[in-house]
Design a protein around this ligand. Structure first.
Ligand code: ZN
Ligand code: ZN
Ligand code: ZN
Length: 230
């Protein structure tokens, strides 16, 4: 949303206005009562100026304050994904209001996407950017959003941390995607991250699985050994 001020009324804008664009197209950010140029090409712009000076020398200006990150209006349940909640904060929480249950997770996801998209059109910046081919936005167990591979890509792969978790004892623990390590973790009730046993790179031996362990992932090793025993 942009808002222009008239030179005839050079009042300092409301505190919510943190960035303005001058008539040359340069951005200025608020610095107390003064305004500091952002990466200005013009060397005259390199020191903070008063609002009045900014208006007289570089005006008129327009509001270029970045829109606030508004939270999604709706979200699906964090485990099965069929339940709709009205999200009250920036992140999913236990305070979110239950709206109802849809027949399938797909239907629930459609409703959430449609409502949140409408919200975005109203001027909020809710991220509803379309996923590139072969990828889709998923909600991990625990509520984290992740741009993940499409389910068609892992359909033949057996277990998948996202689409087809195996029957391990950590499968209901919140997931945490470690982007820098390309590893899915499961967070135990003590807040410790353990590699998700279904992680494809872990399975392939491409990740050592090293982690600061409090022992909570160990029962898995037992059950695996037992299953693997003749
Ligand atoms: Zn998958
Ligand atoms: Zn562990
Ligand atoms: Zn633990």
């Amino acid at each position: 949303m942009t808002q222009a001020w008239k030179l005839a009324m050079p009042d300092l804008p409301e505190p919510e206005v943190t960035t303005v664009r001058d008539r040359d197209g340069d951005l200025w950010t608020r610095d107390g009562d003064d305004w500091r140029p952002e990466g200005a090409a013009n060397p005259l712009h390199d020191t903070p100026r008063s609002w009045r000076t900014l208006l007289y020398e570089w005006g008129p200006v327009t509001d270029a304050t970045p829109a606030p990150q508004r939270p999604a209006r709706l979200r699906t349940g964090r485990t099965v994904g069929r339940t709709l909640y009205r999200q009250v904060g920036a992140n999913p929480s236990d305070d979110d209001q239950l709206i109802g249950v849809m027949d399938t997770p797909e239907l629930a996801a459609m409703v959430v996407a449609a409502v949140n998209k409408t919200d975005a059109r109203d001027g909020s910046t809710t991220d509803v950017s379309p996923a590139p081919a072969g990828k889709e936005w998923v909600e991990l167990t625990g509520g984290q959003s992740l741009l993940a591979h499409a389910p068609t890509l892992c359909a033949d792969a057996g277990a998948c941390t996202i689409h087809n978790p195996s029957d391990h004892h950590m499968r209901d623990w919140p997931q945490n995607w470690r982007d820098e390590r390309l590893l899915m973790e499961r967070i135990c009730p003590h807040g410790v991250g353990h590699p998700d046993p279904d992680d494809v790179r872990l399975q392939a031996g491409l990740d050592s699985g090293t982690h600061g362990c409090d022992g909570c992932c160990r029962p898995l090793v037992h059950s695996r050994n037992e299953q693997g025993a003749p």
